[in-house]
Design a protein. Sequence first.
Length: 372
Amino acid sequence: MRRYALSEITEYAGVLIRRRYTPYNPRQYYKRLVTTEVEFLPSGGGCSMRSNWSFVFIVVAAVAFGSGSRFPSQELSKNPQTTTSVIVFGVGSPNITADRSGTSIGIVVGGRLYLFDAGAAVERRIMEATPKLAALQVQNFGPVFLTHLDMDHTLGLATLLYYHSIAAPGRLTNTSDSGTPLNVYGPGPVGGPPDADRAAIGIDAVMNHLQTAFAQQPFARGISGSNLQYNPVVHSTEITPGIVYRDSLVTVSAFKVSHKTAIAFGFRIQTADRVIVISGDTSPVEAVIDACSGCDLLFHEVFSLDFGPQGPRDAAQGHTSALELGEIARRARPKHLVIYHDVRIPSPAAGLDAIRKGFSGKVTFAQDLDTF
């Protein structure tokens, strides 16, 4: 029987709670929880666990009710004008579900929502997060920053063409005829051999294609459409490593990572009170370690527990195993490691076990609408 620290039990209970219950009724938690039976061991302050249809009332109560919020990671009580919050809008991989929207992370500071990746249904998750965005006094949207142009990070762009304005209080709405531009930053085109197996378009061409595809259709004969036409305004910027965006609230730097796509980036976001690093899809790279270097939050993807001696194959190429991530985190030293875009992880507990072989710090497996 394996021993666990009490903090690990609390963290694991939090993961189970997030997986099994909706965000709007946390007082369901005590009614029915498939969790683990905990046996406290007198010899070392630890405890052991074994699977059972029971619940640990003290742990569940501490996680579900003690913080006064849905998740133990939530920090919405701080002053929204002087602190930075992160909302996970989607942890999904290419295989999305009702609980896992396409990949997207929102960073909120000073009443503005900055979006990193725009996977499928991102607009729905932003709408679901309206109470949180209102509490954070969000009034402005964008820019959008893309780590790479795989479909699971970009499918939501089509909707954002028409929904990229914030109406009070914190509600994503149709941009209509306001003329408010959608600002998007992402990779440029790929030239093909010898750098890649074929040429590919960059973010400028992607947005041009979307504007063409979703432009106002011709009006039927006899319809007066002068006041019905709407063609969204888009400003796209193709990025290279280095500082790609800066305003009075944030500085966003891009760094190259190693994914299956020929061009892929991670992002380092610095605000007045936090340094946040987003890995994007990548195999283990020094750039993530350098960008974090003791950062407040490291959002990192994970694919499988361990690739074994043969290394990653097929879909696993260009990704990081949980075992590798433990070593990356040990060297990067984040104050909080947050797992998103997790693929082929049998359970959060199994993922934590693999990561703990290299990293002993704070780790959370994120779920859609988690806030940090």
